[in-house]
Design a protein around this ligand. Structure first.
Ligand SMILES: O=C(O)CCC(=O)C(=O)O
Length: 301
C-alpha cells in the first residue's frame, strides 16, 4: 500500500477517503522521512543515521495518523480531557488555542526516525520571543515505551532560541545520541508534555517495542493571532479571529463529547466559549459542521 491508495490490501475501499486530509502517512520501514529535507519548513536539517538493513522494496508502513478527533470517538473524548485542558490553560492562559494532532506509530522493527528538531517555525526572530511562544505538545502513550522506541528531548533547550542543529551534532563528533538528551520512557496511559521549542527527536525503531503516541498541542492565543500559516499550511494564510474560533470549537465539542461519555467527571470550563455550551454540544449536526475536516483549520506556527 502507498500514500493515496484508494483500496486496502484486501481490495476494500481504503479508510479515510471521506476526509479532506489524508489520515495515514506511510513510509518505508525504518527510514527518516524528513531529516535533511525541506519538509516542514526545513526544521529537520540532519538525517538520522538509518539502520544498514533497510529494505527499499519492503512494503510501506504507517508512520503517522492525523485527525484523531474525527477518526476515533475516543480521540475526540481525549481532546476534551479536563485535566489536560487545565494544564493547557495554566500554561497558555484561559483563552488558549489548539495547534494540531498526529499519532506517531513506531511498529517494532519498522518505525521510522524523526530527526532532531525544534517544532516552532514562526517566532524565532520575534522581538517578543520567549521560551513559551511556540506552545507545547502532549503525548499520550498507548503502549509502554522504551529508550529504543520513545521520543528523546534535551531538557532546557527551549530556552536557547533557535539551535544550530548541524553544529550541535558536529560538536558531538557527528554522533546523533546527544549526551544531554533524555528518553521519555513511559507506561501505557502516561502523558508527557514537551515545549515545542525543545530539541527533540526519535530513532528508527529496531526494538521489539510498539509505540503509538497520540500527540496534540496548544498555543497561547497571542502567538497565533495574526501569524502566517506554517508547516504544512499555505504560507499566504493569516490566522485571524474566525480561523481561531473555527479550530477552537473542536475543543468545545470535545469537552461535550467527554461529558456525555463520562457524566460523573467534572467538565472543563473553556473560557472562549463560556455560555455557549449548548450550542457546541456533540450532536450529529455539530459533528458535520465542526468536527468533519477540522484539521484543515489547524493552527501551525
Ligand atoms: O514522537 C516522535 O517520535 C516525534 C514527535 C515529534 O517530533 C513532535 O511531536 O514534534
Amino acid at each position: 500500500m502507498d500514500n493515496g491508495a484508494k483500496v486496502d490490501r484486501h481490495g476494500r475501499p481504503a479508510y479515510g477517503q471521506e476526509f479532506a486530509r489524508p489520515v495515514f502517512s506511510l513510509i518505508r520501514p525504518l527510514v527518516d522521512p524528513w531529516g535533511g529535507t525541506a519538509a516542514l519548513g526545513g526544521r529537520h536539517p540532519v538525517k538520522m543515521r538509518q539502520p544498514t538493513f533497510i529494505d527499499e522494496a519492503a512494503p510501506k508502513v504507517v508512520f503517522l495518523m492525523t485527525g484523531m478527533c474525527q477518526t476515533m470517538a475516543s480521540g475526540l473524548r481525549l481532546y476534551g480531557h479536563p485535566k489536560l485542558l487545565a494544564v493547557a490553560a495554566s500554561i497558555n492562559g484561559d483563552d488558549f488555542v489548539p495547534y494540531n494532532d498526529a499519532i506517531f506509530i513506531k511498529q517494532p522493527g519498522q518505525g521510522g526516525a524523526v530527526s532532531w528538531h525544534q517544532d516552532g517555525v514562526t517566532h524565532w526572530d520575534n522581538p517578543a520571543w520567549d521560551p513559551g511562544i511556540h506552545g507545547f505538545n502532549f503525548q499520550v502513550q498507548l503502549y509502554d515505551t522504551s529508550a529504543a522506541s520513545c521520543l528523546w528531548v534535551v531538557p532546557g533547550s527551549h530556552r536557547e532560541g533557535k539551535i544550530d542543529i548541524p553544529a550541535r551534532l558536529a560538536a558531538n563528533g557527528g554522533e546523533e545520541q546527544l549526551p544531554d538528551a533524555v528518553p521519555l520512557v513511559c507506561r501505557a496511559g502516561d502523558v508527557t508534555i514537551a515545549n515545542r521549542q525543545a530539541l527533540h527527536g526519535s530513532f528508527a525503531n529496531t526494538s521489539p517495542d510498539f509505540r503509538a503516541s497520540l500527540t496534540f498541542g496548544f498555543h497561547r492565543r497571542a502567538s497565533v493571532l495574526g501569524a502566517k500559516g506554517a508547516l504544512s499550511e499555505e504560507g499566504s494564510v493569516i490566522y485571524d479571529e474566525a480561523r481561531i474560533e473555527a479550530r477552537s470549537k473542536v475543543v468545545a465539542v470535545a469537552i461535550d463529547a467527554r461529558a456525555q461519555h463520562y457524566p460523573e467527571e467534572p467538565r472543563f470550563p473553556y473560557a472562549p466559549f463560556a455560555g455557549r455550551e449548548a450550542e457546541l454540544a456533540l450532536t450529529p449536526e455539530n459533528w458535520e459542521r465542526i468536527i468533519r475536516d477540522y484539521n484543515l483549520n489547524d493552527l501551525s506556527i
